[in-house]
Design a protein around this ligand. Structure first.
Ligand code: NAD
Length: 303
């Protein structure tokens, strides 16, 4: 059983002051294009903090994988790291290695941020709250009555929790993987009341929906296209996208052409980094500045 982090073991003790050097890492596979090092290091500089963000890419060493997490986290502790972000394939595998777990991470059963404080490993999840942060900034006042969520994978699950916490009335989740879909619906309904349903007819689910959240890989540079029939989009629908390579996906272009209010995948990417930066350093980052930097980085990274 994990303890829930208290203020004394978490935020208040974490504040790093100017002049100190802060070490952070990202543990995952295939992370060479991550924008996290640039985002965190630049924001730290703005606070007068020396921060190094190290990519710990499991793909770079033959045979390395999630089974190496105990060694890597032990090493991070010994080397004085303030913490590590974790991503695929480590978000669940890290759970048994932690001393404490935030309520949000416990609810999601996944961790993307491990804070190391006084030798203890404290797991958090800033993916869902990051999405919510980006969403509410981009689409204030959006009608949350009936929302369709495409995708019940890692991003979709984090967003499902966050969307229900945010007050979505009915969350209609669609995914071609029936087991994954049923599991997510059962998980969130157990926590937030029976407000999520599995979609069997997407046309019907979209007909009176107030919003659409897209959380599948369709639309990425390497997987171009639309995740649903364009005819299902209407002007009175808002659309929230998670894909951010590219920022302007085919879905967003189609939705804008129909007159929909839209938010792109940058909001979640920045939102999760904003949350992690605060947890690692105890400093409140400037979300607007981080977002501007992120957008410049994505634009510069264009093929
Ligand atoms: P994943 O593989 O874990 O899950 C994707 C899910 O989408 C799968 O369950 C799959 O069955 C489902 N799916 C595929 N096509 C579908 C369709 N047409 N309709 C409904 N469901 C469909 O992937 P993931 O980790 O959840 O990532 C999904 C996307 O989100 C990726 O493009 C990733 O880059 C992006 N992402 C963005 C952020 C961000 O910060 N903006 C964060 C995490 C992930």
């Amino acid at each position: 059983m994990y303890a829930t982090p208290s203020l004394s073991t978490d935020m208040s003790a974490a504040t790093h002051t100017a002049g100190r050097k802060v070490l952070i890492g990202l543990i995952g596979a295939g992370i060479q294009k991550s924008l996290s090092p640039a985002m965190h290091e630049q924001e730290a500089r703005e606070h007068g903090l020396r921060l190094h963000y190290q990519l710990i890419d499991l793909d770079r060493t033959e045979g390395a994988g999630a089974q190496d997490l105990p060694t890597l986290l032990h090493a991070a502790r010994v080397m004085g790291y303030a913490g590590c972000n974790v991503t695929y394939p480590c978000k669940q595998a890290v759970l048994p290695l932690l001393d404490e777990l935030s309520d949000e991470a416990r609810a999601m059963g996944a961790v993307n941020t491990v804070v190391i404080r006084d030798g203890r490993l404290i797991g958090h999840n800033t993916d869902g709250s990051g999405w919510a942060r980006g969403f509410t900034r981009a689409l204030p006042g959006a009608d949350l009555s009936r929302v369709v969520l495409l995708g019940a994978g890692g991003a979709g699950a984090a967003i499902a929790h966050a969307a229900l916490r945010l007050g979505v009335g009915e969350l209609r989740i669609a995914d071609p993987d029936p087991a994954r879909l049923a599991q997510l619906v059962a998980d969130v309904n157990a926590l937030y009341g029976a407000r999520a349903v599995a979609v069997s007819d997407l046309g019907l689910a979209m007909a009176d929906a107030t919003g659409l959240i897209h959380a599948t890989p369709t639309g990425m540079d390497k997987l171009p296209g639309l995740p649903l029939d364009e005819a299902l989009l209407r002007a009175d629908l808002w659309v929230s996208e998670v894909v951010y390579f590219p920022l302007d996906t085919a879905l967003l272009k189609a939705a804008r052409a129909k007159g929909c209010r839209v938010s792109d995948g940058g909001g979640m990417a920045v939102g999760q980094a904003v949350g992690a930066f605060e947890l690692f350093t105890g400093l409140v980052p400037d979300a607007t500045r981080m977002e501007a930097h992120f957008r410049a980085l994505v634009t510069a990274a264009k093929p």
